[in-house]
Design a protein around this ligand. Sequence first.
Ligand SMILES: Cc1cc2nc3c(=O)[nH]c(=O)nc-3n(C[C@H](O)[C@H](O)[C@H](O)COP(=O)(O)OP(=O)(O)OC[C@H]3O[C@@H](n4cnc5c(N)ncnc54)[C@H](O)[C@@H]3O)c2cc1C
Length: 424
Amino acid sequence: MDITRRSVLGSAAAFAVAGLTRAPAVLGQAKPRLVVIGGGPAGATVAKYVAKDSQGAVDVTLVEPLKQYETCFFSNLYLGGFRDLSSILHSYDRLVANYGIKIQQQFALGIDRDKREVKLADGTVLPYDRLVVTPGVSLKYGSVPGYSEAAAQKMPHAWLPGAQTQQLKVMIDAIPDGGLVVMLAPPNPYRCPPGPYERASMMAHLFTATGRKACRIMIVDAKEKFSKQGVFQPAWEKHYPGMIEWLPPSIHGGVKSVDAATNTVVTDFETYKATLVNVIPAQTAGQIAVDTGLANETGFCPIDPANMTSKMDANIYVVGDSCIPGDMPKSAFAANSQAKVAAMSIRGELTGARTFPARYTNTCWSLIEADDCVKVGGTYEPADGKIKETGGFVSQPADAADLRKQNFAESQGWYAGITADIFS
Ligand SMILES: Cc1cc2nc3c(=O)[nH]c(=O)nc-3n(C[C@H](O)[C@H](O)[C@H](O)COP(=O)(O)OP(=O)(O)OC[C@H]3O[C@@H](n4cnc5c(N)ncnc54)[C@H](O)[C@@H]3O)c2cc1C
């Protein structure tokens, strides 16, 4: 299921009111209440670590409409045939069984920041002492002329957890010899900076591995440069010569329109009649965060880098892709790291537990071809009013083949580890 503007609009804006002061300490109250909106890597990690480390001293409710969470991370490997669908699906059952977290399997529609209440789709109202808002991103369909939620049924984005990824997989699997895939890559900031380029690599791998002839992938980008470009482009030429073409705006001149009925993309430079169009539009914070006034003019939510509290409301934490993460990218690794800082701060506020200075970390791996995996990463801490990078690394074009192979093994271990950390 995709999270759409239509599904969360309405009562959200009306229900939201300003609340800039921190609610009184709740130490001594029978059981302080934490409500978490969104069960992705950000929300599920906060819920788990508050429930686990407070040993039941905090009442934790997780609001998430999906019964099973499908990770966007590693969904490209599913598209490329390196993983099956079941390996990227995760249930919330163990969070309930192991830590007593209550799950509300539905949408949150609104937040009353004065009363400190969350309103759910079925009318239930959840009071909170602290609220964590982690709805991921919302897609700005209108950022691409002619694109819409309806058009996404023919031109899938596959950029949110849920059914679109399966749909894109079916369409990629059906590409015939000579097929042309046009991918529209989004402007910054967006979730998973290397994601579009890993996806193009996985499509090229699939076409090559299944013996399809003369297929091409055209990336029409909204940016002049992209993450790990220095290692992606030489690897494309090595593994898939002539198959992937990348066009920055200085060459294509801008996307004028897309037409889902005819699978056409019109740029200033040329009109492409494609076999498949994968549109990844511009993004904002998840809709409920925007509708309840937690985002600023950037469309994302400013936070205090010391603890992940919202700059708009001291009783609310915004974690993961919805927040403005300073130098960190929008990634599952980053969301999980931020969530642990937020969980520590929440336990400090609600139970008096000891807190420590915030430290963050991230690595993003991208698979280009079997055993050819690249990575970029860094360490971060609060400084200069933001989450600031203190050290970093990125794969180099001259890396030995063994190192690239080792990166792949490392990435597999990371996926197993982080999904266990989030969901069990
Ligand atoms: C193709 C692709 C590849 C990627 N690869 C990687 C990778 O290799 N490594 C990596 O670290 N990251 C990767 N990412 C990025 C990663 O998936 C995101 O950064 C991460 O999922 C963000 O976590 P989140 O919890 O903030 O948001 P999400 O994972 O989007 O979770 C948000 C949750 O909130 C729920 N929700 C939304 N609105 C409401 C509401 N109103 N009420 C209740 N629930 C709501 C949604 O159902 C969803 O489950 C990739 C992303 C893509 C698209």
